[in-house]
Design a protein around this ligand. Structure first.
Ligand SMILES: CC(C)(COP(=O)(O)OP(=O)(O)OC[C@H]1O[C@@H](n2cnc3c(N)ncnc32)[C@H](O)[C@@H]1OP(=O)(O)O)[C@@H](O)C(=O)NCCC(=O)NCCS
Length: 198
């Protein structure tokens, strides 16, 4: 899928598909699954990449929690996922969504993923499990990398979850070290990674 998407991007000069006619109706947590059997042939992928808007908070929170509770099940146990997901209830989480550059992917008019760059750090990258492995996070990331290059940054760093480590490696990040972060008294292992842009 990802290779097909890149072929499409290359051919289309990274043009953003037109916005769906219908406005977002419900938070992503209730969004219908983007059924692969319904996915039209490229280049008609029905998603849109756009900057964060203030009204996105609830939908992005739902994406965050769904990604943690569902996509991370193979790498973190229930206590770890609960502690991680509780981050969305922490003071400052909603405000943090607006930090730096946050790009949102809408699927069929509803937020399905988001990614954020704050200075040289890729902070958030979360994709709703129903939209996983379709290349959406890759598309979001490349918007962030483009912005970093425009800003003249010579590297990007991230603290990758165990779920996201292969994703960042796919994007060219290299391992810088292992660490654990404490959330609600629970230890969450993660990997420091960096990518040179120069
Ligand atoms: C990590 C995450 C953002 C990836 O989103 P995604 O849209 O599914 O990723 P993409 O489809 O763009 O993947 C691109 C490539 O990265 C690699 N990759 C992505 N997810 C992977 C996984 N779970 N296991 C192994 N490789 C993976 C693959 O090489 C993939 O290409 P392929 O599908 O052709 O094999 C998503 O799984 C997620 O939200 N995880 C839970 C939350 C999380 O850990 N966020 C990061 C916090 S640091």
């Amino acid at each position: 899928m990802i290779r097909a998407l890149w072929r499409w991007l290359t051919n289309a000069g990274r043009e953003t598909p037109p916005a769906p006619a219908a406005p977002p109706a419900e938070p992503a947590s209730t969004a219908p699954a983007p059924d692969a059997t319904d996915t039209p042939a490229l280049p008609g992928l029905p998603f849109l990449i756009r900057p964060f808007e203030p009204h996105d908070g609830p939908a992005l929170t739902a994406v965050f929690q769904a990604a943690v509770h569902t996509t991370a099940t193979d790498h973190y146990d229930a206590d770890q996922r609960a502690a991680w997901a509780a981050g969305a209830d922490a003071p400052g989480f909603q405000a943090a969504l607006a930090d730096g550059l946050t790009m949102v992917a809408e699927w069929d008019g509803r937020p399905a993923a988001f990614a954020q760059l704050v200075e040289r750090r890729v902070t958030f990258v979360y994709v709703h499990p129903d939209a996983a492995r379709l290349g959406i996070a890759t598309l979001l990331y490349h918007h962030l990398e483009d912005e970093a290059r425009i800003q003249g940054l010579d590297e990007l760093v991230t603290e990758a979850s165990l779920v996201a480590r292969d994703f960042f490696a796919f994007l060219g990040f290299e391992v810088d070290g292992e660490e654990s972060v404490q959330r609600q008294g629970v230890s969450l292992p993660r990997t420091r990674m960096r990518k040179r842009l120069a």
